[in-house]
Design a binder for this molecule. Structure first.
Ligand code: ZN
Ligand code: ZN
Length: 218
């Protein structure tokens, strides 16, 4: 699926987007060389051509690889991978307009795992009560995979923000709010809420950690 916005700033320039020559535009298209340069740190690990049936996703390693910042890895998944038929929609991401699909080697693939996967369980929480389904709580999910439902490339930075958004939601869960029909939070889950969280998170990382290269998201 061709990218239709600048991978760095999200703009759609009138004179068209330029493909990154390294990946032929598979994960990088830009409005300007400034944007391309500013995005390189994020883009580099995904800068290679992929086949028409390939999708960039994220592999979430199990908890032996903690902390979570060490658990996310870029991965190319062929559309024959079972995530595309048996994966589960992550409910919070759907409500927030950035639907992700998750697949567990253990829960869906029948590959027994002895290790939990905390980021994966967080991503799987239900939007109405903030709990992951019992099969995610009682079984060890082991290695998991995540892709965007629209099969656009999923970056490590995006999954980092979304994971931290889930973590934040779990911190502020209050069952008393669940009665009003929008889940156990003071306000309804929405793309605006995720976006404001993402903007704040990014600003924090840039000013506190000096990190560069966060791309347009969502
Ligand atoms: Zn741009
Ligand atoms: Zn590239």
């Amino acid at each position: 699926m061709p990218l239709n916005r600048c991978s760095k700033c999200g703009k759609v320039p009138a004179d068209g987007l330029k493909n990154c020559s390294g990946c032929h535009g598979a994960t990088g298209v830009y409005c300007s060389s400034q944007c391309q340069k500013a995005h390189w740190k994020i883009h580099k690990p995904m800068c290679r051509p992929i086949g028409p049936d390939d999708v960039w996703g994220i592999k979430i390693l199990d908890n032996r690889h903690q902390p979570w910042s060490c658990q996310f890895e870029h991965v190319v998944l062929n559309t024959s991978h079972p995530i595309f038929t048996r994966g589960e929609l992550c409910p919070v991401t759907e409500k927030c307009g950035y639907p992700l699909v998750i697949y567990s080697d253990s829960i869906h693939g029948g590959i027994p795992a002895q290790e939990n996967n905390q980021p994966a369980v967080y991503l799987r929480i239900e939007a109405h009560d903030g709990f992951a389904p019992m099969r995610w709580q009682l079984n060890e999910p082991g290695t998991c995979y995540v892709v965007r439902q629209d099969r656009q490339p999923l970056t490590k930075e995006a999954i980092e923000i979304i994971y931290n958004f889930h973590s934040y939601l779990l911190d502020i869960v209050n069952p008393e709010f669940a009665v009003n029909g929008h889940g156990p939070w003071r306000q309804a889950l929405s793309p605006e809420w995720l976006k404001s969280f993402a903007d704040e998170y990014r600003q924090d990382e840039i000013s506190r950690e000096g990190r560069l290269g966060f791309d347009f998201f969502p």
